[in-house]
Design a protein around this ligand. Structure first.
Ligand SMILES: [Zn+2]
Length: 328
């Protein structure tokens, strides 16, 4: 989970930094209803970061070895003021106590970071004995500090202990975390009021507008699962419309299975497509590559229950049963 720097005014535009999400395969041509109060955005954004990070942890686990690449995953997300405009730093310091060092903003329940006792708000001094400033400089992170730290964790040897040096309430702690191997796909949150999710061949981008629109995490997991499915299937732009439709149908089907394998509810999640359909009743904003929301909803409802990930173990830690999920 990471966050891309953006302006936060009414004319906010995402600046996608090093994560180039050029392949906008999926469009949700509506706008979120809710607009945040102007001065409350740091806290709301922090909440959104944690929400997406929890879904990312579960979907990455559910995808298991189906993804083209795997990486070590601790179930943790970071934030850092360098991801924001400098003019916002004083506000971030007062509202989120965010200063020079990166901080942990999410610890997914049941994850290695959770089991090891890491907390939201912990300041990250070092990972694996390497100071966070060194990691950031070595990886030439710029504003993408969170990505650099996640990349560092991602390269950890499976099953080995990675020591986190943290500052919590003024005390320095040394905590050993044992990351697990998961699908390497990452969910990137970007600030935009449009209800949008898209993917490139490596990562998934979700707008803050989508988070405001999604009433439940099940709905959000359906949208994110669809995009993770595009990554797994290696879908790219540029194919003829008929081929793209086939890609979309496959991503709907695989995305549904992923979100169910991750422990989310199909019945509650599918309402996302229904509600999007009700906001696009003429359908004229819909891309030719996508079938109607109604048709997509009906297809998903008609899919047989998942037979490849019935174990409750898979729902909480998919690495325990990596063979039980298949894209076929
Ligand atoms: Zn799609």
């Amino acid at each position: 989970m990471t966050y891309t720097r953006a302006n936060h005014g009414p004319a906010a535009l995402p600046l996608l930094g090093a994560v180039l999400l050029a392949a906008g395969l999926c469009a949700y041509p509506t706008r979120a209803l809710a607009d945040a109060p102007k001065d409350a955005w740091p806290a709301l954004l922090r909440r959104d970061l944690a929400r997406v990070a929890h879904i990312e942890w579960r979907l990455r686990g559910a995808a298991g070895t189906a993804c083209p690449r795997q990486a070590a995953d601790a179930g943790i997300a970071f934030d850092d003021r360098r991801a924001y405009q400098k003019r916002d730093w004083p506000l971030l310091a007062t509202s989120l106590k965010m200063a020079e060092r990166p901080v942990i903003v999410s610890v997914a329940p049941g994850s290695p970071a959770d089991l090891a006792g890491l907390h939201e708000g912990d300041e990250v001094l070092a990972i694996g004995g390497v100071p966070s400033d060194t990691i950031i400089a070595r990886r030439n992170a710029g504003s993408l500090v969170s990505d650099a730290l996640l990349d560092e964790i991602g390269q950890a040897a499976p099953g080995s202990a990675l020591t986190f040096d943290l500052r919590r309430d003024g005390a320095v702690l040394h905590v050993a975390v044992r990351p697990v191997t998961h699908c390497a796909v990452r969910l990137v949150l970007f600030t935009d009021r449009k209800v949008e999710a898209h993917s490139d061949t490596r990562n998934v981008a979700i707008s803050t507008g989508m988070l405001a629109f999604a009433r439940t995490d099940d709905e959000l997991a359906l949208a994110a699962g669809h995009e993770v499915a595009h990554v797994i299937n290696g879908d790219r732009r540029g194919a003829p419309a008929k081929v793209r439709r086939g890609m979309e149908d496959a991503a709907d089907a695989l995305g549904l299975r992923l979100m169910e394998c991750a422990g989310y509810s199909r019945a509650t999640g599918i309402t996302l497509f229904e509600r999007l359909g009700s906001r696009d009743w003429l359908g004229f904003l819909r891309a030719r590559t996508h079938r109607s929301w109604k048709a997509r909803t009906e297809s998903l409802r008609a899919m047989p229950p998942g037979t490849m990930c019935l174990s409750t173990t898979c729902r909480t830690g998919f690495n325990a049963c990596p063979e039980s999920f298949s894209r076929r």
